[in-house]
Design a protein around this ligand. Sequence first.
Ligand code: AKB
Length: 313
Amino acid sequence: MSAVILVIGANGQVGSVLTKTLQDKYGKERIIASDLEDIGKFDGIFEVIDAMNIDRIKEVVLQYKVTQIYHLAAILSANGEGDPLRAWDINIKTWLNVLETSRICNIERVFYPSSIAVFGNSAPRNSTPNNAYLDPETVYGISKVDGENWAQYYHIKYGLDVRSIRYPGVIGYQSLPNGGTTDYAVDIFHKAVLNEPFTCFLNKETTLPMIFIDDAIRATIEIMETPIENIKVRTSYNIAGISFSPEEIAFEIKGLYPDFKIDYKPDFRQDIADKWPKSINDSEARMDWDWEPEYDLWAITETMISKLIEQYK
Ligand code: AKB
């Protein structure tokens, strides 16, 4: 039987591109996009779901005979620090609602997005391994560690096939991220194309792991399509794209926009970034499901600039 897929958090940075990719792959009639409101992003099925309400998730799952769920809704690292208890509540409750619905409704496969935010001071900062000690210092990071462990719990206890990857900062032209520590790496391209100066909220040498949206979406679909016996990690898989600092990305942009101006005014997000890895070791993902990124910094820069020029025309 073909999959019927529910995407929760479809309006977001990753959710919106993932939903369109899944529509192209499986057909519009098999993809149910959902979020807190319908902002008209999709040509296809859309259902308003507040994932804090388990009954509403179940209702949609039963109505469409959903077989897979991708749960993309979350409060990100920087926003989470504004109201930690609310971020905790939303990130954990929505995830437990998805897990419980999946258990009760016999969902075949579930996707959970974790993050490099799970790492903290005790993890090696370079080539951080999959099984590094996890002591994050943001509420977002703590909730993602917790979410990974709940994923593994449902797998061990109920046999639920939950799969997860730890996203680096995602860079894409289709939509803006909201409230993350890596958001500067998207904003900087918009400013360059608009010929505006850019003030970066991280200092110039802050190297962080990043990934281009196409690679992130491909990784998400690849892990979900991998034969079950190959999925050995049931918490979450590290995936690496490319690591760079604001100074390095500005250098690439200046190759195309020599007059591009950048200055640096680090704020509270600098403290978050300082605890995160500089680069990621993704050998488990490479070994278990043949993960390999395609975009380097130059390919990201060229693609972002040319796509944004088209968008701003
Ligand atoms: C954030 O910056 O909070 C996110 C992430 C790395 O998970 N982009």
